[in-house]
Design a protein around this ligand. Structure first.
Ligand SMILES: Cc1cc2nc3c(=O)[nH]c(=O)nc-3n(C[C@H](O)[C@H](O)[C@H](O)COP(=O)(O)O)c2cc1C
Length: 187
């Protein structure tokens, strides 16, 4: 594969947030990444997603609230510490799935577009030399927390928390799918 784009797609991999350090992208750099991420297939051009950028100040304020919410959910100290430590990333972009009422486009297709935005943002960040990873976890999946602290409306959901920062050591490769085993060619 000679094309640098194909080379990137063939070798891209997420960076675990715990290996990332500051700084993260600034507002101008983030706006460029979000513009690239938003260039995704979107049936009906509904744009059923939006972004909430969580900067350092916000993450520092939310980490203890997340810790308390995980404990209040009945999980143990270790789980609460792990959840809160994820907010140590330099920048986190919450990709909010914000479905639009449409007689033509079922919500399932809108969810797929929100997922595409998440991958688009990870890839734009990685291709720009940042470390990036698509995570969810309690902060994204617990609707009370997301509504209280991430500004998510009742009809919305968090499609992903995209962690972006200065990459640390290259993460080890993970087993990749066996395409031959996962593919049927119908004549
Ligand atoms: C919707 C979604 C949610 C995810 N949530 C988490 C998570 O909370 N924690 C985690 O370690 N990986 C999570 N992952 C997996 C990582 O994003 C990623 O796939 C994994 O680290 C391997 O990365 P790579 O195949 O991009 O190299 C999630 C992936 C998706 C698609």
């Amino acid at each position: 594969m000679t094309s640098p784009i194909l080379q990137f797609l063939a070798t891209r991999r997420s960076h675990p947030p715990k290996l990332m350090t500051g700084p993260g992208p600034d507002r101008h750099q983030l706006t460029e990444l979000l513009t690239l991420a938003a260039r995704v297939p979107d049936h009906g051009k509904l744009e059923p997603w939006r972004f909430v950028v969580l900067g350092r100040q916000t993450l520092d304020a939310l980490a203890p609230k997340l810790h308390a919410a995980v404990l209040a959910d009945g999980q143990d100290q270790a789980a609460a510490d792990k959840a809160a430590s994820a907010f140590a990333s330099p920048v986190i972009v919450a990709v909010i799935h914000s479905p639009v009422d449409s007689p033509k486009v079922p919500e399932w297709e809108q969810e797929l577009s929100s997922g595409a935005v998440c991958l688009g943002l990870v890839n734009a960040a990685l291709a720009s030399g940042w470390g990036a990873a698509w995570l969810t976890g309690f902060a994204a999946l617990n609707r009370d927390f997301a509504q209280a602290h991430l500004g998510v409306a009742p009809h919305e959901r968090v499609a992903g928390l995209i962690h972006i920062g200065t990459p640390g050591p290259t993460p080890p490769e993970r087993p990749r799918p066996d395409i031959a085993a996962k593919t049927r060619f119908l004549p």
